[in-house]
Design a protein around this ligand. Structure first.
Ligand SMILES: NC(=O)c1ccc[n+]([C@@H]2O[C@H](COP(=O)([O-])OP(=O)(O)OC[C@H]3O[C@@H](n4cnc5c(N)ncnc54)[C@H](OP(=O)(O)O)[C@@H]3O)[C@@H](O)[C@H]2O)c1
Length: 342
């Protein structure tokens, strides 16, 4: 195998385009050699503008392509299980989009298939590959805000495109919880460093039968409490707050941090109490300190290269099997509570 991982892109939709453009633009250890679509025309259009050499008019043909080392599964949620397992059985490593599957039990089957095939399988939570995420974790673990007490996140958007939108199709695993709530759950569990023992959720369901607004809380064994809001019918700040006994960390763009100047702020103690400190000659440190992180590459290039390191160097993947299964279990439970099971 060369020092670059050869990728085949499964599907030609929105995120497939973003992933391919990120990899082509700035990946160091990844190259795109093939694309596969249900439609030969879509595959051709996708490949032409990006100079991708191998073009396949079916998913099976892509999986049979011997030049492909790894498949990027960018299909709708309900197809992750089927096509990830098919790709593994065809001898490919797989980076599978979030949410990993429709259920935790499907996810376990996918990892079992990976073990059987001896291939790497990872869930594509791209924000986990950005150094901003690592710095926030390091700041927390380094004690900069004291003891972690509470996490508050949101990931919301408003879309009016319902017809033809996979997110409004229950059969395809739609809904805001699966689409973006999975990020809030993932970051909260990452920061807490353990699995929640109590989960409470409420939701608004769209007439198409999928959730378009969810509010949920999670309580972790050490006492940390997390809350999140996700939805497809509402605007929110989409900021992450990591709150401790001595201060808090604010991450204004946690989910899709930019390649340069990705910011987070450490606020030590809550204004207005500390606002007074500057003029008093007392506490030397300012109450708020904003730091900037440069990633050096596009987000999806970082993700692809992390995956390449897992395959080529045997490094631990950005998101472990246990992490993915833990996330899916929370999605299962919230889905059960809001009446949305797949
Ligand atoms: N990590 C991220 O930043 C991020 C962002 C957005 C989405 N995602 C994830 O990526 C996946 C796809 O989302 P997307 O926004 O790219 O969706 P999309 O634009 O609708 O693309 C999905 C693609 O899947 C293929 N497909 C196969 N069966 C389909 C069906 N029955 N209906 C519609 N499409 C079908 C199509 O490709 P062909 O026609 O070429 O076969 C289609 O272009 C989801 O799992 C989503 O959660 C991740």
């Amino acid at each position: 195998m060369s020092d670059r991982l050869a990728w085949g892109i499964l599907g030609t939709g929105n995120i497939a385009r973003q992933f391919a453009d990120g990899v082509i633009g700035s990946a160091r250890r990844s190259t795109i050699v093939a694309v596969g679509s249900r439609s030969p025309d879509s595959a051709n259009t996708f490949a032409e503008s990006r100079e991708i050499p191998n073009v396949h008019g079916s998913y099976d043909a892509l999986l049979a392509d011997p030049t492909v080392d790894a498949i990027y599964n960018s299909l709708p949620n309900s197809l992750h299980h089927e096509w990830t397992i098919k790709a593994l059985r065809a001898g490919k490593h797989v980076l599978c989009e979030k949410p990993f599957a429709l259920t935790a039990s499907q996810s376990k089957e996918m990892f079992d298939a990976a073990r059987k095939a001896g291939k790497v399988l990872v869930e594509a939570f791209m924000y986990r590959s950005h150094p901003l995420t690592h710095e926030v974790i390091d700041s927390l673990r380094g004690g900069e805000i004291g003891e972690l007490k509470m996490i508050r996140t949101s990931f919301c958007y408003r879309t009016q495109r319902v017809e033809g939108n996979v997110r409004f199709d229950k059969k395809l695993g739609g809904g805001g919880l699966m689409d973006v709530g999975c990020y809030c759950i993932n970051l909260s569990r990452l920061l807490a460093g353990e699995e929640p023992v109590e989960i409470h959720a409420s939701a608004h369901l769209h007439e198409r039968g999928v959730d378009d607004l969810v509010v949920a809380t999670m309580k972790f064994p050490a006492g940390v409490v997390a809350s999140f809001t996700c939805g497809m019918s509402v605007h929110a700040d989409n900021t992450a707050y990591v709150c401790g006994s001595d201060g808090y960390i604010e991450v204004p763009i946690p989910w899709k941090p930019p390649p340069q100047q990705a910011a987070y702020t450490i606020a030590r103690s809550t204004p207005p109490k500390m606002d007074l400190a500057a003029g008093t000659g007392g506490a030397a440190r300012p109450p708020r300190e904003t730091r900037f992180v440069d990633a050096g590459s596009q987000l999806y290039a970082l993700e692809a290269d992390d995956f390449a390191s897992a395959v080529l160097d045997g490094k631990p993947p950005a998101v472990s099997e246990a992490d993915t299964i833990g996330n899916m279990k929370v999605l299962d439970e919230i889905g059960r509570q809001i009446g949305l099971t797949f």
